[in-house]
Design a protein around this ligand. Structure first.
Ligand SMILES: [Fe+2]
Length: 276
């Protein structure tokens, strides 16, 4: 898959908290993922640092505000700004969440789950096709973590596969989200993973979570990755074959060297599959 010519191995979510330390540290992540919304309007010192990152590393964009599941039409002004940014920095990879975060013109500042229905899959597919045509890029959509499902006519995996088939979009498979949802909603995460082929998946996310009790996990991206999630990652890479994997750490961010310890743990795992 062409994605693997752009990003390879293990990546790290870029945060302003440690961007200044990236260049002097002898450990260099294979690639970075950024939220374009955080950088499109940034100027001055941090913009220069981002440009240095782009000059030295492969970069993938992972958006926050496309809100592909909103009833509203796609926001063309946002898409134009996004396309200008992606084109200017020659960033080919753009992913987003299978969710909605805008309703009635208001930003809800949260990723909300969608009803898993055929009608919603067709509705979203039309919007994804518009986005892909506008951006001239394949959209990569991520399975989100959620704490309720508004309505379930078909399974989540059938919902996603319907969208992939109708659009040619690819999946950003978040194995932590699969694990968190499997505990909170009582399904088999391994069966979920087996629903997808290597061709369906562009890359993988992994992150830490916070366990409240045996039946409730909160998806915080604020802790180290658990053994259960690593086990699911190993299974995923065994089952669908090698894919690039991104470490997400958005809260409770440790000192950069400590974050790199976790990054190296992930990298050594991913490299085993990269060599196969
Ligand atoms: Fe994710």
């Amino acid at each position: 898959m062409w994605f693997n010519d752009v990003i390879k191995g293990a990546g790290l979510g870029l945060r302003t908290a440690f961007i200044e330390q990236v260049f002097d540290n002898p450990i260099k992540p294979d690639w970075f993922e950024i939220a374009p919304e955080n950088w499109i309007k940034k100027r001055g010192y941090f913009r220069k640092l981002f440009e240095k990152i782009r000059e030295n590393f492969p970069v993938a964009c992972h958006g926050l505000s496309l809100s592909i599941g909103s009833p509203e039409p796609v926001n063309k002004k946002f898409l134009k700004d996004l396309k200008d940014f992606l084109d200017y920095y020659e960033i080919k990879i753009y992913s987003e969440h299978l969710s909605f975060s805008y309703l009635d013109g208001k930003n809800l500042f949260e990723l909300f789950p969608l009803p898993f229905t055929k009608e919603m899959a067709y509705f979203i597919s039309d919007k994804i096709n518009q986005v892909q045509d506008f951006l001239n890029r394949t959209l990569i959509i991520e399975n989100i973590s959620y704490y309720y499902v508004p309505y379930m006519e078909i399974s989540e995996t059938e919902f996603i596969k319907t969208i992939l088939k109708k659009t040619g979009a690819k999946l950003l498979l978040d194995v932590n989200n699969v694990y968190v949802n499997s505990v909170n909603h009582g399904y088999d995460p391994y069966k979920y993973i087996c629903s997808f082929s290597s061709d369906d998946v562009a890359y993988i996310h992994i992150a830490g979570h916070h366990k409240i009790d045996d039946n409730l996990i909160i998806d915080t991206h604020g802790n180290e990755i658990t053994n259960e999630v690593y086990k699911l990652l190993d299974f995923t890479l065994d089952k669908i074959g090698y894919k690039p994997v991104l470490l997400e750490r958005d809260n409770n961010i440790p000192p950069y060297n400590k974050l790199l310890d976790e990054y190296m743990k992930l990298k050594s795992r991913v490299e085993k599959y990269e060599r196969v």
